[in-house]
Ligand binder design. Sequence first.
Ligand SMILES: Cc1cc2nc3c(=O)[nH]c(=O)nc-3n(C[C@H](O)[C@H](O)[C@H](O)COP(=O)(O)OP(=O)(O)OC[C@H]3O[C@@H](n4cnc5c(N)ncnc54)[C@H](O)[C@@H]3O)c2cc1C
Length: 370
Amino acid sequence: MAIVGGSIAGLTTAILLGQLDIEVRVFERQAPGGEPRGAGVGIDLDLLAAVTGYIDTAPPYIRLRERRVVVEGRTQAERVEIPVTAHHLLRAFLHERIAPRKIVAPAEVVGLNLHEVEPLRLAFADGHQERFDVVVGADGARSVIRAGVVGEPLLPEYAGYVLWRGLLDEAALSPEARGWLFDVPALIVAPHARQQFVAYPVPGPAGEVEPGERRLAWGWYYGIHPDRLGHELELVGRRGEDIAPAECSPAILEDLQASANPHWPPAIQEVVERSLERGSLALHPVHELAVPRLARSGAVLIGDAAHVTSPITGSGVRAAMYDALVLIRALVDLQRIDAALGVYETRRISLARALVEQGRSAGWGFRLGY
Ligand SMILES: Cc1cc2nc3c(=O)[nH]c(=O)nc-3n(C[C@H](O)[C@H](O)[C@H](O)COP(=O)(O)OP(=O)(O)OC[C@H]3O[C@@H](n4cnc5c(N)ncnc54)[C@H](O)[C@@H]3O)c2cc1C
């Protein structure tokens, strides 16, 4: 069995298959130890226990104690319990639970040849091909496996708004801002006139959770008309990554400066200013895609390859891990690949659509800002 993509969905699948002694190889385009994505993500500790088979095992995380909503200078807080980590720490945690020989990296897959009666063939960037009975496409939002499963190339579309996101060292902030943002670890949400700012503490780059060594993950959503984003959308289409401020056109950077909300608490103003000074922010034009088919002739899509939803839902990681669990449970229960993939598709496709729809509903108001 082959898994294309060694991130959240692919690694979760490999862990579960390892528990069943099923031979698997994970092909990952990124070299080991490559650039971490660095975003903050919520983690579901029960789900992690279901995947690893152990309770109380998790990557380093911070427990958010409060949800603090700031509107026009007024603050409302409610108690919550949300464990959060950073994307690269969760990924490293999953990676450690797989025998190194099962992960082939860097190895870029460029296509899937799918015949109804022959084994599946993966084509690699170095020109060689390999045959497999089952291929799991866990290769993210710009999946190359998706075209084989769906029957035509299908890519996510710009949702009409962007997310500026950043990661800032706690130590880079003034004592006042640090106190407001870190003393009670909180999910801070500041909605304002067709925009939304969110921020919360996450562990430091190597998993540090001690005061002074943590980081602040933040995101700022607002609408930008697609015509203003031509160059940036072309960049995302070509390489599928976030865009550094230096790569943005001057008009987009002017938007950023002009959109700062005068009603934000000083700590939020400071976070954006410090991040701009240090270049520790990136533009992410939000993209979405509901995929009409998840399985075909031994090939199956999971995670972002199967559904691209707006980050505003905060649910991509959880959905990717659930996809893997549902897929492997279907394989165990049915013991036949075609039947199991059919059951997986039936169970997950409406959830996948609902997830994308949830993002569309949460984000539609941002588009009214232009
Ligand atoms: C800006 C942003 C913020 C987000 N915030 C949150 C959040 O707060 N909470 C949350 O739950 N989710 C969030 N998400 C979503 C979350 O990151 C994804 O849903 C999750 O990472 C999906 O995991 P995945 O394994 O399916 O895909 P990915 O994590 O995208 O991994 C795909 C893997 O496949 C590899 N790959 C791709 N193509 C190939 C190829 N051709 N050959 C070999 N390997 C390949 C890639 O290198 C990568 O390692 C956010 C996403 C973004 C972009």
